[in-house]
Design a protein around this ligand. Structure first.
Ligand code: FE2
Ligand code: FE2
Length: 193
């Protein structure tokens, strides 16, 4: 992905997203870049994944369903339909932009849930999405601070908050989020020994 592709894709994405969602996307790009610099991750990959992570976020429900079928993704219930925008974005990038970098594909696919065995890039995109400057929710400051001290712990904290929020709404927790937390906690315990 060169800078030409980036700006081309940026204007396409801007035309497909609401003003608010594009503002959020720009916030995620700058946060992902900062986190990538902090942890020595590839900044251009981080910026690219951040640019694309919500590109399917403003697609109508009927179109999302059509894409789920086209890409043979599990549709599940409406809750997972809401979560499907990451996976659909990744499929569209593979189809239309010949994206074949598995790390970027996974970072986009799992940005809403996390998953077991997350790479550094995946953690950076997950967190940048949760703490970009436009995010305002109780506890965001703590996660923001933690994100620059300990990437794994920040992910765990953010995921726990998500679980509480989803529980509060009486919805089902995605299995990937549970597995991600277990995996990160296991690593933490392992590194303490
Ligand atoms: Fe998203
Ligand atoms: Fe997002």
């Amino acid at each position: 992905m060169n800078s030409m592709d980036f700006s081309q894709l940026e204007s396409i994405i801007e035309s497909q997203l609401s003003v608010k969602r594009m503002e959020h996307t720009r916030g995620v790009i700058s946060e992902a870049k900062k986190l990538a610099e902090r942890y020595g991750c590839d900044t251009s990959k981080a910026e690219f994944a951040a640019l694309c992570h919500d590109m399917a976020r403003c697609i109508s429900e009927s179109h999302l369903k059509a894409y789920l079928q086209e890409f043979s993704l599990d549709s599940g219930n409406t809750h997972s339909l809401e979560l499907a925008h990451g996976k659909i974005a990744a499929e569209l990038l593979k189809r239309d932009w010949a994206l074949d970098d598995m790390d970027i594909i996974n970072a986009i696919s799992f940005h809403t849930t996390g998953r077991q065995g997350m790479s550094m890039l995946e953690k950076i995109i997950y967190l940048a999405d949760a703490i970009e400057p436009g995010r305002k929710y109780p506890g965001v400051e703590r996660i923001r601070e933690l994100a620059y001290q300990d990437l794994d712990r920040a992910c765990v904290e953010s995921m726990k908050q998500t679980i509480e929020y989803i529980n509060g709404k009486g919805r089902e927790i995605d299995d990937n989020t549970i597995k991600a937390i277990e995996d990160l906690l296991l690593k933490e315990r392992g590194s303490d020994e």
